[in-house]
Design a protein around this ligand. Structure first.
Ligand SMILES: Cc1ncc(COP(=O)(O)O)c(C=O)c1O
Length: 375
């Protein structure tokens, strides 16, 4: 859900893409993005394009043709990253795990030491499965062999800790339409000084002209040399969304998402359902729930949409028909929304023949009552 005040920002008069006012808006975005990525990286920017443009920026600039690119593959978006690497002409190798599982330290370190890739890519919050991947040991192992690390933070930024500097991530990218509660269309990207040094020394030209960070640095920094006509209104929207987060308090926002997640899980378990991902590895704002045996997943989702105007998603790939994917983020990560959703889901499941043992709404309310509202 887009914050209502962000819609108002979209309505503001459009200035030119070279107007000093626009560059002020960009600077404000960069400053706040640094805070939420938890980084000191000077090179922090919003690319014109959706989250996939962030992914492509990372791959096009930092994965050279012929370079070994190790992707930790446990879901749909890691597959997309592999495919982008393949199209850039990299030698892609993959450490695979079944969808719904995360990576452990021992296996990651062993593969990185053996393969000695130039770049390691992984997805911090895999939206197709609901797995949140711990990042620090991946970055440590990669740095030991001199590799750069790309992290997909599309679903984590603004709702879960990304911790770019503490984890040692070199290139992180995200989107605006998930944890930041803005419309889609920009892709925040942050690059470590180490990765910037590598980029400056890169001898080959990235195949993508549009996402070439060296060219974009000339536009957004220093000379403000025209590169492309930036989507001005989307930057207004992003700034407003980022300011709204600052006003709430970033830590308070994360705590709100965690609390809504815990309450939701309590509700789900009370209803006799189970989460796909084991505790401690779950994304707070993207919850994956196993469809109970004998229940038609699509029929439940249709009922929710028609009867309650609530849209949830299903699984795909190996998880097609097996899970519900439920986003609880931004303005919706609060008690009224979680209990509304659980009540509607309970109703839809009953209508599809599933016997609900206990009310999920009551169980969720107990968590909201017992958990502090802030950290
Ligand atoms: C983890 C992850 N990476 C990348 C993307 C691609 O982002 P977009 O659809 O904004 O291009 C998504 C979109 O849902 C995502 O969830």
């Amino acid at each position: 859900m887009v914050e209502p005040r962000v819609y108002q920002a979209l309505n503001q008069p459009v200035v030119s893409h070279l107007d000093p006012y626009f560059f002020q808006v960009v600077e404000d975005c960069r400053e706040l993005l640094r805070q939420y990525f938890a980084t000191e990286n000077a090179f922090t920017l919003a690319m014109s394009g959706t989250g996939s443009a962030g992914m492509q920026t990372a791959v096009a600039n930092f994965v050279e043709p012929g370079a070994k690119f190790l992707v930790l593959a446990n879901g749909y978006f890691a597959d997309r990253m592999s495919e982008m690497g393949r199209r850039q002409g990299a030698r892609v190798s993959r450490l695979e795990r079944p969808w719904g599982q995360g990576f452990d330290q021992a296996e990651v370190c062993e593969v990185i030491r053996r393969e000695r890739p130039a770049v390691v890519g992984f997805v911090q919050a895999e939206t197709s499965t609901g797995v949140y991947q711990k990042s620090e040991f991946i970055c440590q192992a990669a740095h030991e062999v001199g590799a750069l690390v790309i992290a997909d933070c599309v679903t984590s930024l603004g709702a879960m800790p990304v911790e770019v500097d503490a984890n040692g991530i070199d290139i992180a990218y995200s989107c605006t339409q998930k944890g930041l509660s803005c419309p889609p269309g920009l892709a925040p990207v942050t690059v470590s000084p180490r990765a910037m040094e590598w980029l400056k020394a890169r001898q080959t030209t990235p195949a993508d002209w549009y996402l070439d960070l060296k060219l974009l640095a000339d536009y957004y920094e220093g000379a403000h040399r025209y590169h492309h006509t930036a989507p001005i209104s989307l930057f207004y929207a992003l700034r407003e969304g980022l300011v709204a987060i600052a006003e709430e308090g970033f830590d308070a926002r994360l705590a709100r998402h965690k609390r809504a997640h815990l309450a939701f899980v309590a509700g789900i378990e009370a209803m006799g359902l189970s989460m796909l991902v084991e505790e401690g590895k779950r994304i707070w704002n993207l919850n994956t729930v196993r469809v109970p045996p004998g229940v038609d997943e699509l029929a439940v989702r249709k009922r929710l949409l028609v009867a309650s105007d609530i849209e949830i998603l299903g699984g795909f790939g190996p998880l097609a028909g097996q899970i519900f994917r439920i986003g609880i983020m931004g303005p919706l990560a609060k008690e009224e929304s979680v209990t509304l959703l659980l009540g509607a889901l309970e109703q839809a499941l009953r209508e599809e023949g599933y016997q609900v043992p206990r009310s999920g709404v009551e169980a969720a309310k107990e968590v909201f009552d017992s958990q502090p509202a802030t950290v």
